[in-house]
Design a protein around this ligand. Structure first.
Ligand code: PXP
Length: 257
């Protein structure tokens, strides 16, 4: 019988800062959004401090940590600068992501397989400082095996290709991506890794991902911040939570039966 643990929801508030920075000034305030997300039932707040500070800034990280009681998942590139910042704050979790200046968003997963040694050395002090280290990777066997070899306790599987295929109506590709995610979530769990997922998830795409029994945390941002324009952030987060819970219940019902 497959067991289903509670699925946590991490809310990524980067794009509150994107809107603020489009104008300069202080509003909308990402720390206020983080507090509101907490009140709406988020299990954690995710924020990505990019090298170019295009959305979240250093002072946002201070303000978010001050505003919330739930864990902060600090997304960062594997650079010396970010490692120093993470070690200064020692957030509950850090998620190591690839970063390219010219990209609009985190396009792919981290090439941990090709950079195994470097990433292993990079995460060691973060782990020693007590941060839960997660590696954001594509759903590929070689990346998962490499993540396990370097002793990362968590992998976050990139759901972007699945979500893009859905949005573009490429249903065969979407289903193939889902199969990959499902198989790779299983492999990751077999290798002792905790499995998270995220990127590009929406009300329409969350169900099959939330139904994967190995997945224990989803990190969702852009869609919910956009949806907040129409229904408010509180309502958008609560709706996503309901959809996740429904998916979990549906799946456990099917598998247990
Ligand atoms: N997880 C990781 C590792 C990410 O880099 C991002 C985007 O910053 C997300 C989740 C959330 O993606 P989205 O904003 O598309 O929901």
């Amino acid at each position: 019988m497959q067991s289903f643990s509670k699925l946590r929801l991490g809310i990524n508030i980067d794009h509150v800062a994107t809107v603020r920075n489009a104008r300069g000034g202080t509003t909308p305030d990402p720390a206020r959004a983080a507090k509101l997300a907490q009140a709406a039932g988020a299990d954690g707040i995710t924020a990505h401090l990019r090298e170019d500070r295009r959305h979240i800034t250093d002072s946002d990280i201070d303000a978010i940590l001050e505003a919330i009681d739930i864990p902060l998942n600090f997304e960062m590139a594997a650079t010396e600068e970010m490692q120093k910042i993470a070690l200064r704050h020692t957030p509950h979790a850090v998620c190591i992501v690839p970063e390219k200046r010219e990209e609009r968003t985190t396009e792919g997963g981290l090439e941990v397989a090709r950079e195994e040694n470097r990433i292993a050395h990079f995460i060691a002090p973060l782990r020693e400082a007590g941060c839960r280290v997660s590696i954001f990777i594509a759903a590929e066997q070689r990346q998962i095996e490499a993540a396990a070899r370097i002793g990362a306790p968590v992998v976050e599987l990139h759901t972007g290709a699945y979500c893009d295929a859905h949005a573009e109506g490429r249903l065969k590709d979407r289903d193939a991506e889902l199969v990959k995610l499902r198989n790779m979530a299983t492999l990751a769990q077999e290798l002792g890794l905790e499995v998270h997922a995220g990127h590009g998830l929406t009300y329409d795409t969350v169900h099959p991902i939330a139904a994967l029994p190995e997945v224990v945390e989803l990190n969702i941002g852009h869609f919910l911040i956009g949806e907040a324009i129409f229904s408010g952030l509180d309502s958008a987060i609560r709706r996503m939570r309901v959809l996740m819970d429904e998916a979990r219940n549906d799946a456990s019902g099917i598998i247990v039966a």
